[in-house]
Design a protein around this ligand. Structure first.
Ligand code: SER
Length: 319
């Protein structure tokens, strides 16, 4: 029986992952945790919730003992753009948070899933069809902490036998909870603005390609890798996964198929543009496909259709 603790459960991915995993494993077997409490009452009524800061290793161990946790999904982290505003805090939360999770996992015999990111690559990484194993010299604090996290997870598996697993997520697009302070967030904001105002000023410039994925595929990635047969895993952590790669004009063109009046303009933010420029254009995810059957369902067209339908309902807007 799986007993799962999710850190950062009120973030963009955590909010939906908690619900998704509760459907798979039962409400009481998925414990949501976050350093602050906010959001809909229905989330907290659905299953257990603990206020938990990942910097509090003792508190983390107590929660794990209290519920008999055997899997931690560690999502609590500061995203790329916010990390550049406050690198010291980002270092503290991303590095020490991951370290605390791994240490508690080692002591209590817990498996760990931690996402890395396309941010684990840098400007001298091959940008197109970026290989699974390649140069990783990121130039952002977020990227530095993600590479270190990948290495630490590998280390804890090899040295202590902790069952660590993880993927390198691209930008995740979803309509439930907003992402906070990432570089790929424009690809979420654009849908809100398209529905509300029929126009959007992108802080990422024309022609800037980044990998992206619709949330249902991201949820499935976590579940499928957690359930994968370990004998088949040549890698453990940091699997490249992607579902699509696009630049803002392509996204706008797809939105216009549903909202013909939609206008895309640009107000490029140099900080986030520089981050995006240092990341790959498109990942090679063949290792994930071969080792645990990764096979995303949504492309740009099917995601855009679903996103606009669901978001219109959420925002109470008639398309
Ligand atoms: N979506 C994340 C970010 O933009 C990438 O990991 O920071």
């Amino acid at each position: 029986m799986k007993k799962i603790l999710i850190t950062g459960a009120l973030g963009q991915i955590g909010t939906e992952l908690t619900e998704y995993l509760r459907e798979q494993y039962g409400n009481d077997n998925v414990i949501a945790s976050n350093r602050s409490k906010h959001g809909d009452d229905s989330f907290f009524e659905a299953g257990p919730f603990e206020l938990l800061n990942v910097l509090d290793a003792k508190g983390l161990a107590e929660v794990c003992r209290k519920y008999g946790i055997n899997h931690i999904i560690h999502l609590a982290a500061i995203l790329s753009a916010n990390a550049e505003k406050n690198p010291q805090t980002a270092y503290d939360i991303n590095m020490n948070g991951t370290y605390n999770v791994l240490e508690v996992a080692r002591e209590l015999g817990i498996a760990v899933f931690t996402p890395s990111s396309i941010a684990a690559f840098g400007a001298n990484t091959p940008a197109d069809n970026t290989p699974q194993d390649t140069i990783q010299r990121p130039s952002t604090m977020y990227g530095v902490t993600k590479v270190a996290g990948e290495l630490l997870c590998d280390y804890y598996f090899k040295k202590y036998g902790v069952d660590t697993r993880g993927v390198r997520f691209p930008g995740i697009i979803s309509y439930a909870a907003l992402p906070g302070g990432g570089t790929t967030d424009y690809a979420v904001h654009i849908y809100y603005e398209a529905l509300k105002n029929k126009k959007y000023a992108s802080y990422i410039g024309a022609g800037t390609y980044m990998d992206m994925m619709y949330m249902p595929d991201a949820l499935k990635a976590v579940h499928d890798l957690m359930e994968a047969n370990p004998d088949k895993l040549l890698h453990r952590n940091a699997f490249n996964v992607t579902a699509m790669s696009f630049e803002p004009e392509m996204l706008a063109a797809e939105i216009r198929k549903h909202i013909p009046e939609f206008i895309l303009t640009y107000d490029v933010d140099p900080v986030r543009q520089a981050i995006a420029d240092s990341w790959p254009n498109s990942l090679d995810d063949s290792a994930a496909r071969a080792e645990w059957g990764w096979n995303p369902q949504y492309d740009l067209a099917s995601m855009t259709k679903d996103m606009l339908e669901k978001l219109a309902i959420k925002l109470n807007i008639k398309e």
